[in-house]
Design a protein around this ligand. Structure first.
Ligand SMILES: [Zn+2]
Length: 258
């Protein structure tokens, strides 16, 4: 299995990163894609990827969009030259909490789309409460973008189908195990073609609800619990979900590792 979204730079992993990695490996998670969410976080993610033999993304999360200036764009450009950086992002729109103004979010998102096109790298996106605006922006650029994943998708079937129609991949997190907030997603999942599926924890956030024990934070070692629920909802063996999501991930991010 490959976890396509781990916030490994997060301070909640500061004390025990090697142990977190060991537990992930023991659980069958062979590679982590470390998420870059700001210039500083992307630089940290790259350093961690290099130190721990993983890969990462480089980008600016919509919450941080107000920090997107010409210097930030240049800093991203230089990060994208490292072979460990396999995608542009996390980038997108989050109108749920609007930590940055929508107009800044749009500018920041489009700047990163431009980088993905220029470097011919896949785009790792985040969309929350912004489906129409997000879709409109993607539609304008989709012909030039190599590949796009909507990470931590939490929407409904109709929204998912609109992304699929554009050729997007869908990242599924522990949200799928949430019987309250995740109902739309649980209804949508059986309609997701498995060749567009990728799995992720978004650790340390979104601890799966189906863990047989209490956990104070999420970890990549809990990815099998996401896979388990996906398998149950689509009526396939877990093994098959593991294999297909891994193949999708390897192709999507053009991973050359083993
Ligand atoms: Zn996100």
């Amino acid at each position: 299995m490959i976890d396509i979204g781990v916030n490994f730079h997060h301070k909640r992993f500061a004390q025990d990163r090697p142990e977190v990695l060991d537990r992930a490996l023991e659980a069958g998670v062979e590679l982590l894609i470390l998420t870059g969410t700001s210039i500083q976080a992307s630089q940290q993610a790259l350093k961690l990827a290099q130190t721990h033999g993983q890969v990462c993304t480089a980008g600016i999360h919509p919450h941080e969009a107000r920090t997107y200036h010409p210097e930030a764009h240049k800093a991203l450009q230089s990060l994208l030259k490292s072979p460990e950086v396999v995608a542009v992002g996390e980038c997108g729109l989050d109108f749920d909490r609007n930590f940055s103004e929508p107009k800044d979010q749009i500018r920041c998102f489009e700047g990163q789309i431009e980088l993905a096109i220029g470097h011919q790298l896949p785009l790792f996106t985040h969309e929350r409460a912004a489906h129409p605006a997000f879709l409109e922006i993607l539609k304008r650029h989709q012909n030039h973008l190599p590949r796009t994943v909507v990470h931590c998708f939490t929407g409904n079937r109709k929204q998912m189908e609109a992304y699929l129609e554009l050729g997007c991949f869908i990242g599924i997190t522990g949200w799928i195990t949430d019987l309250k907030r995740g109902q739309d997603l649980r209804d949508a999942l059986p309609h997701l073609p498995l060749d567009r599926l990728m799995v992720e924890t978004d650790a340390p956030f979104l601890t799966p609800k189906n863990l047989p024990f209490r956990a104070s934070r999420n970890e990549p070692a809990y990815l099998p619990f996401v896979v388990k629920e996906v398998a149950r909802l689509v009526g396939k063996p877990e093994r098959e979900i593991q294999t297909i999501s891994r193949q999708n991930t390897e192709r999507f991010f053009a991973l050359e590792w083993q």
